[in-house]
Design a protein around this ligand. Structure first.
Ligand SMILES: NC(=O)c1ccc[n+]([C@@H]2O[C@H](COP(=O)([O-])OP(=O)(O)OC[C@H]3O[C@@H](n4cnc5c(N)ncnc54)[C@H](OP(=O)(O)O)[C@@H]3O)[C@@H](O)[C@H]2O)c1
Length: 293
């Protein structure tokens, strides 16, 4: 490895954050793996031990500005700077708009969108001073392709993409790169322990009940059959952190690449027809749903 970088990652207790933190630590980087609940740290420490390397675990909740300020200040004091910030922490809430409460939608934005801004705001001044740094935002295919039942999550990632694109221009002035990672579906805790559903998701009185139950079962079948390896996302991050002029959009898998190309080149009418067919071809009332949506 050419140079050991100081890297701060959010949401390292599981999934992409967990794998990326342990992979980068095993490659000799100085990783500050942050998590909101440090009681979950043992699994990560075991993984790092297994892979070889060391890292530091630090408490950070992306919606708690005090915890962010404290952690960033301490990291800067200890290491002098941060080379790479990986904004990874996030969750997804399932549910049709009318089944979601305002509060649930706000919570989604608080973590996936404002959470990224909270951490980034604290880190930028240090990178700007050095005229050096990289900010990697973990978005999703949901940041450029929306679907029913995931509107709140789609909105949070869509907003993250616009913010990242704007910030990329702003920070280029100071030699700081901003890049996006847009993964397709991977079998991580986001679909299991960390999954959240709208207040009325399981309410049989909801007019969306049959279709949201159908979509949930369909998504879970897809996730359980999913063979994509989250390690590939970590490998892409490893490549990007040392790349001199990293591209803005980075899609680690074919699912995402195909979706992105289709979204770019197909007329929206055709694109949305394909999405509806893919989602509902095996729904009992498919003809009605496909026509009406
Ligand atoms: N898996 C996929 O298919 C997929 C696809 C595209 C994009 N993504 C994105 O990838 C990122 C990581 O997700 P994942 O799939 O690795 O899911 P995951 O296994 O559920 O990991 C999510 C991580 O975010 C943390 N987190 C949630 N809210 C937080 C907060 N307020 N402050 C700090 N940490 C918080 C979780 O901590 P706790 O353990 O404390 O809950 C956990 O460590 C997310 O931004 C997600 O939207 C995932």
């Amino acid at each position: 490895m050419s140079q050991a970088l100081v890297i701060l990652i959010t949401g390292s207790s599981s999934g992409f954050g967990f794998i990326t933190a342990s992979r980068l630590a095993s490659k000799g980087h100085q990783v500050i793996a942050t998590m909101r609940n440090t009681q979950k740290k043992d699994a990560l420490l075991d993984e790092v031990k297994k892979r070889g390397g060391t890292l530091e675990i630090s408490q950070l909740d992306v919606i708690k500005k005090d915890s962010i300020k404290e952690t960033i200040a301490r990291v800067i004091k200890e290491y002098g700077h941060i080379d790479v910030l990986i904004n990874n922490a996030g969750f997804g809430i399932g549910g049709f708009f009318e089944d979601l409460t305002d509060e649930e939608i706000r919570q989604q934005m608080e973590t996936n969108f404002f959470g990224v801004q909270n951490v980034t705001r604290e880190v930028i001044p240090h990178m700007r001073q050095r005229r050096r740094g990289k900010i990697i935002n973990i978005s999703s295919v949901s940041g450029f392709s929306a679907s029913p039942c995931f509107g709140a999550y789609n909105a949070s990632k869509w907003a993250l993409e616009a913010f990242s694109e704007s910030l990329r221009y702003e920070l280029k002035l100071f030699n700081i790169d901003v890049v996006l990672i847009e993964p397709g579906t991977y079998k991580t805790n986001i679909f299991f322990e960390n999954a959240r559903y709208a207040k009325n998701f399981d309410n049989p009185q909801s007019p969306y009940y049959p279709i949201s139950q159908f979509l949930k079962a369909k998504v879970m079948k897809f996730v359980n059959a999913c063979r994509k390896n989250p390690e590939n996302v970590a490998a892409l991050i490893e490549k990007l952190i040392i790349q001199q002029h990293p591209p803005f959009r980075n899609i680690p898998d074919w699912e995402g690449k195909i979706l992105y190309i289709c979204r770019k080149i197909l007329p929206f009418g055709l694109y949305s027809w394909i999405i509806k067919q893919a989602l509902f071809y095996d729904f009992d009332d498919k003809d009605e749903v496909i026509q009406e949506l």
